[in-house]
Design a protein around this ligand. Structure first.
Ligand code: DX5
Length: 220
């Protein structure tokens, strides 16, 4: 089953609740909330209060992508605010084994994200600890960037490793996911698609954009 998550990084921040509800009505499976701290990535975005507000607005899976340094300092507030999954970025974690264990101890799903320049070997010892590996298909920090096709091979290799080890870990992709790139990443082995610009950008309504994205990954 392929999961589509709307990334509110690309939404209208003056209407976040409405835009989350529009995505829910359009049939997305979740909302991804990109938390940025101005250190791990240049921008500063959302805190636990936004997660709490969205928790009240939608019944969707809330996937919190912690693009922050020292994620271990912020896990419980996001979990208490209603996050269903916390994703830590491998490059922000000197002690990833401990960070992922701390997320697990909160009783929610565990994710690890890999930037385009980070090899799979950096998470080889962590795969048993996570529910999801998020392969960044752009460099973290901004929405609307072009998809990096070089990550397709990484997705394929990761899928092979997970299957060989009999791990039911899902592969997520984030960055430049649209009707053109979505079929490519699904074919490579991804099953959680995070899309911002493809859902909230452009002139078409959110519902139309979600429908087009869903249609693009239907078996031909
Ligand atoms: C990068 C962000 C983006 C965002 C989705 O740090 O994580 O990938 O979620 O961006 P687009 O607009 O490419 O779907």
């Amino acid at each position: 089953m392929i999961t589509i998550e709307a990334s509110i990084l690309a939404a209208d921040y003056a209407r976040l609740g409405e835009q989350a509800c529009e995505a829910q009505a359009a049939g997305v499976d979740g909302i991804q909330i990109d938390v940025m701290d101005g250190s791990f990535v240049p921008d500063i975005t959302f805190g636990p209060g936004v997660v709490r507000a969205l928790r009240r607005e939608v019944d969707l899976f809330l996937d919190v992508d912690l693009m922050i340094v020292n994620p271990e300092k912020h896990l419980r507030p996001f979990a208490d605010a209603g996050a269903d999954r916390l994703i830590a970025h491998r490059e922000a974690c000197p002690h990833p084994h401990k960070v992922l264990g701390s997320i697990r101890d909160l009783g929610i799903e565990v994710g690890i994200a890999l930037a385009p320049g980070t090899s799979l070997s950096a998470i080889e010892e962590l795969l048993e600890l996570v529910d999801l590996v998020q392969v960044m298909t752009v460099n973290p920090g901004w929405g609307g960037q072009p998809f990096l096709p070089t990550q397709l091979d990484k997705i394929r290799r990761l899928r092979r490793v997970l299957d060989e080890r009999g791990l039911g870990v899902r592969i997520g992709v984030d960055g430049g996911i649209n009707t053109t790139t979505a079929p490519l990443v699904v074919e490579a082995g991804a099953s959680v698609l995070v899309a911002g610009s493809a859902i909230y950008g452009g002139a078409d309504p959110v519902a139309e954009n979600v429908a087009q994205l869903r249609a693009s990954i239907q078996p031909k």
